[in-house]
Design a protein around this ligand. Structure first.
Ligand code: NDP
Ligand code: OXD
Length: 317
């Protein structure tokens, strides 16, 4: 690629210098700046960002495209001074494949009753549990986008009875499709294991709450419903998760994303025996793959071709 407009790298708490080195290596001759150095701000055309300080992007008058270094853009759209240029989110197999690994792993962990066997092992007790078959278990995926679709396909491959819920209707082979608020109840009623891969938007904030958990199937083969969230913490109410676990509306959970991250050390959710907690690691962005994907987009953009994966600001994802 011939040298062109400069790129500023703004990465909060996630190795900004390493990201800048990667871009500089792959963009020889091009200005690669690191926030908060704004000495060459007029020469900046592109920004590669992860959780930039609110107001920071507005300091670049020539900015033409904002590339998000992850899939979720809620942190960007919350900034009222965000420049009115395309925001491109990261869509790459290097993100999609690990997310499906995480989802499949957590579904199997609950399905194969691993938490119960861990406890039995701790107690040195030999006590086989009744194991249902995968086809009898309804796995429902909230959010049938890039990540949800891939995970759905892999769960279908394992024989689960998979459904998906999205905003717009979808036809996916082997997956029962539900969309919109009008079909949410029917989706929940057939779901034993609920997987959330929703973005945080004004419409999805707090959607995983007590009322939603109470509508999941409770008399299914697992003897209770399971909640898995690897989308965004803002879509759930953690006090409600605990209350639903106590009330038996949920039998277990695996949670990767939280309302406030890092999760407070005093949160009672850390100690719940039916809950698996991971620190927002379901799918970690791969530096090389992300840099190459963004560079390919810049090449297209400078050749007059359309950008891919541009966020719809009105929808919020
Ligand atoms: P997409 O934009 O491809 O998919 C989002 C899905 O959510 C779509 O199916 C969309 O419906 C659906 N959706 C959005 N709003 C609603 C609504 N109001 N009602 C019903 N369905 C809705 O996103 P990705 O699959 O790429 O990523 C999903 C999220 O995963 C990201 O936004 C991010 O927050 C999170 N993430 C978490 C990671 C982690 O490590 N924990 C890593 C990467 C991403 P429709 O198809 O109709 O548009
Ligand atoms: C995210 C990501 O959006 O890591 O969480 O991509």
């Amino acid at each position: 690629m011939a040298p062109g407009g400069g790129l500023v790298v703004m990465v909060k708490d996630w190795g900004q210098p390493a990201w800048a080195r990667h871009f500089a290596k792959h963009l020889p001759g091009r200005l690669v700046a690191e926030w908060p150095d704004i000495t060459g701000a007029d020469a900046i055309t592109y920004a590669a960002v992860w959780r930039p300080d609110p107001g920071a992007l507005a300091k670049y008058p020539g900015l033409k495209v904002i590339f998000n270094l992850g899939a979720g853009v809620d942190h960007l759209l919350d900034d009222p001074t965000l420049p009115d240029v395309p925001v491109v989110r990261l869509v790459d197999q290097s993100l999609t494949a690990p997310m499906s690994e995480y989802i499949v792993f957590q579904v199997l962990l609950h399905f194969r009753q691993h938490l119960a066997y861990s406890e039995l092992q701790r107690q040195k007790r030999w006590k086989p549990q009744r194991q249902p078959r995968a086809g009898a278990v309804g796995v429902g995926i909230l959010g049938l986008g890039t990540l949800g679709l891939d995970a759905a396909g892999k769960l279908v491959g394992l024989g689960f009875d998979v459904a998906g819920w999205s905003r717009s209707p979808k036809t996916v082979e082997g997956v029962a499709g539900f969309n919109g608020n009008a079909q949410l109840d029917a989706f929940l009623q057939r779901t034993d294991i609920l997987v959330s891969l929703l973005p945080a938007t004004p419409e999805t904030r707090g959607i995983a709450n007590r009322s939603l958990f109470a509508r999941l199937r409770r008399d299914g083969p697992l003897g209770g419903a399971v909640y898995i969230n690897a989308g965004r913490g803002a879509t759930q109410n953690e006090a409600d998760i605990l209350a639903a676990l106590e009330a038996g509306e949920l039998a277990g959970a695996s949670i990767d994303v939280f309302e406030t991250e890092p999760l407070d050390a005093d949160s009672p959710i850390w100690h719940h025996p039916g809950v698996v907690i991971t620190p927002h690691v379901a799918a970690d962005t791969d530096l090389d793959a992300a840099a190459m994907s963004i560079i390919a987009q810049i090449t297209n953009f400078e050749a007059g071709r359309p950008l891919a994966h541009v966020v719809d600001r009105a929808r919020g994802y």
